[in-house]
Design a protein around this ligand. Sequence first.
Ligand SMILES: *Cc1c(COP(=O)(O)O)cnc(C)c1O
Length: 306
Amino acid sequence: MKAIEIDINLQQIKSDLFFEKEIEVIVARLDLIHPLISGNKIFKLHYFIEDAKRKNKKTIVTQGGAFSNHLVATANYCHSNGLKSIGLVRGELAEKASHTISACEEAKMDIFFVDRGAYPEINEQNFTAYIPNHLNDQLDQYYFIPEGGFDELGAAGASIIFEKISKATPPTHIITAIGTATTIAGLIKNCHTNIEIIGIPVLKGMKDIENRLAKLLPYQAYKSPALFYDYHFGGYAKNNHLLLDFMNEFYKEFHIPTDFVYTGKMMFGTIDLIKKNHFPPGSRIICLHTGGLQGNLSLPNNTLVF
Ligand SMILES: *Cc1c(COP(=O)(O)O)cnc(C)c1O
């Protein structure tokens, strides 16, 4: 499966609220693409994998936390492309128990834990130092992908999402959750119309989004996205009853499952902005369902109705 060949399902959802505000709301169901290579990840990985193959690399090395959607997606995407993969995971062996890590291992990813102090220092130049010696015999076979695909190639891959969803009936707004900001960089990269691109950061106090965009989109002009900072629910992977109840209600009304780290917060923010009249009548809003549903497995049983 190649990112460029994927069809994105655009699902319009209807409610009294949207009717009253005279707007259309469409969910781009990237979550339906693949259960484990879900959402935005397959697009962000696309050009890296192409580049690695072209350079005859055999093993992809990447990094992430113990609950990282990026890790699972990379493990599975590599496996289905005949590439080996290595995951450098933040934290200690105790976190091995996570569903995410098990899913990576099922896709034959070799996992190595890197302690929290050293983890932020991992980069393209030094990453081999974190791979235990017995694997170091093939250093020139390794290809490094930064966490979350945070790189120009990742943003270029994410721009395929924009190409696909902005064509048929052009939206007035596209809204996405922000983690590393690679996906939103892809959305603004080739957006030369007046579509408003909106980002909902899921980390608390993210102050460097503009810097991140400048790094992801060097040497090019782009229109900055609109950013709404009030929907992080306490920070990355933090949640509370307000969010979880919202996700359950959203599922009951529209039969669309969301995840508590990204898309639940993005949809909560969207509905709140609709209520606060951010979107003028006639707006056609596309919400990116970026996937990530495997992350819900870390919640206690029966927290969610889906
Ligand atoms: C990784 C992820 C994001 C964040 O994407 P960035 O490109 O890092 O901003 C959003 N939603 C889901 C479901 C994800 O897994």
